[in-house]
Design a protein around this ligand. Structure first.
Ligand code: PFF
Length: 483
């Protein structure tokens, strides 16, 4: 970590022209942003709720043919502009001789990042809670039988009651949300190279080590074959279902941190020597590998314990703790698992706070610290509503007027509107802008592609992305259209 005394000076210089200290740092920070609750909590939940195989197949289609081309588009806008996401998009528009109104693509993204941050920190608060629960359990187990499962002497009903008990406690929920937001703020306020990068470079390798360990352990002790079958069994009747397609598309955007101004913001800190095409491949590949492996980590444990794969968001917070009860060294594995999830969540929340803060810094010329405090404070307040949606505001259905989403609580409504609408919308605008509007020479000079790959990328961005994104957005939002 860098010196505290120097932070004011470095903050000021960073506000002018911050940079990653190396290409490795850029790739780690971007992977850190991409790999998070989206992979570990949301992907298995969505895959489970949408019937497994069909969802996974379409998810991979979205990542490869839409996600990767857009990842490159976003990072190149950032690197060319070298400023906040909105300013960078304006610079590309200006240098292309077109209206700076195209920066709306990043404006929509900033808004999306803000709202995701608000509920992301609430869910990360649940993770902190389970870190505490398992740490307490481990301490208890140290005096007794460490090799046994977690929660010795408790029955399944008591473990299943943990999450409802947490949800019923608004003070606890909001306090954990505040704690997580404060930690996120701490690192963002320290700046790009001495805060954001430090978290990524230290926590991501730790994450990967823990993650691989637990996955291998689950593969040997759990119902691995059943999990593989569930995740990859092809069920064509669900494949082209608009619900499944919209969910898979939304998940791909969420997971790759696309459409949220973030990859533009992080791209702006990348040096000219960074090969953006190569980096995008590494980032997208690592993120997808973690999502699939998360499925292969969680479902064997869930199936071995005879639990329901379609438990949705409760999968990680209810099914897994129950499963850890039956596992050798359950307390230790449980603690390591939730610590790992916490690390992944932190590198993502840092990114979620950075994108809107960077916009505020450049737009209103405020210092990094002030901008980060303002955004974190506002997202904290917005997040309180998501937290209270589980208790005091449990009857509130913000989208009651919208048939497809009428039953969703506050947190799920914000998650749905951002993931399924705002992010893909920002992606659609980006595809049109890069594919049709922006100056071709400028783009070719940034993207590090040539020959056939250049042509392929251009085709995907200009044709496939706009067509598929428009179709899925329209069909997903108005499912009645196809009867
Ligand atoms: N990609 C993160 C995850 O999968 O958890 C979530 C996220 C982070 C979305 C940063 C958007 C973003 F800008």
């Amino acid at each position: 970590m860098a010196v505290a005394g120097g932070s004011t000076v470095s903050d000021q210089t960073e506000a002018a022209q911050p940079h990653w200290s190396s290409r490795f740092a850029f790739v780690m920070a971007a992977i850190g942003s991409a790999v998070g609750l989206g992979n570990l909590w949301r992907f298995p939940a969505e895959a489970g709720a949408n019937g497994g195989g069909a969802f996974v197949v379409f998810y991979i289609f979205c990542v490869v043919l839409i996600g990767l081309p857009l990842l490159l588009s976003e990072t190149l806008i950032g690197r060319h502009g070298g400023s906040s996401a909105v300013e960078s998009a304006k610079t590309v528009a200006r240098d292309s001789g077109v209206s700076t109104g195209w920066s709306a693509l990043a404006g929509v993204g900033v808004l999306g990042a803000f709202f995701i941050l608000s509920f992301y920190s609430v869910v990360a608060g649940w993770v902190l809670y389970y870190v505490g629960v398992f740490a307490g359990d481990l301490v208890g187990a140290l005096g007794g039988n460490l090799a046994g499962g977690a929660f010795a002497g408790q029955d399944q009903a008591a473990i299943e009651a943990l999450l409802p008990a947490l949800f019923a406690d608004p003070v606890m929920l909001v306090s954990l949300h505040a704690l997580f937001m404060a930690v996120t703020l701490f690192f963002v306020a320290r700046g790009v190279s001495s805060g954001i990068e430090v978290v990524a470079v230290w926590l991501m390798p730790t994450f990967f080590a823990l993650f691989l360990g637990i996955t291998v352990y689950g593969a040997f002790t759990g119902a691995f074959a059943e999990a593989v079958d569930f995740l990859f069994a092809f069920n064509p009747e669900r494949l082209l279902h608009p619900d499944v397609m919209l969910s898979a598309l939304g998940q791909a955007f969420f997971s790759l941190s696309l459409g949220s101004a973030l990859m533009i913001t992080y791209g702006a800190y990348a040096g000219r020597d960074t090969n953006l095409a190569q980096s995008s491949l590494i980032i997208g590949g690592a993120d997808t590998a973690v999502a699939i492996l998360a499925g292969l980590c969680i479902f064997p444990i869930v199936f071995a314990a005879g639990l329901d794969a379609a438990a949705g968001p409760a999968l990680m917070f209810v099914s897994l703790p129950v499963a850890f009860q039956a596992m050798p060294f359950g307390s230790l594995i449980g603690l390591l698992f939730f610590l790992m999830v916490g690390f992944a969540a932190l590198t993502s929340s840092v990114a979620l706070l950075e994108a809107p803060s960077s916009w505020l810094m450049h737009r209103f010329r405020v210092s990094r610290g002030r901008a980060a405090i303002l955004v974190a404070g506002a997202a904290f307040v917005a997040g309180i509503f998501s937290a209270l949606g589980y208790n005091l505001l449990a009857d509130v259905r913000p989208l009651a007027w919208w048939p497809s989403f009428a039953r969703l609580d506050i947190l799920d409504s914000i998650d749905t509107v951002t993931g399924k609408i705002l992010l893909p919308l920002s992606g659609l605008l980006t595809a049109i802008f890069i594919g049709w509007i922006a100056d071709r020479r400028l783009i070719d000079a940034e993207n590090g592609l040539s020959g056939g790959t250049q042509l392929l990328w251009r085709f995907l961005v200009a044709w496939l992305c706009p067509i598929v994104l428009t179709a899925i957005l329209v069909l997903g939002i108005f499912p009645g259209l196809i009867g």
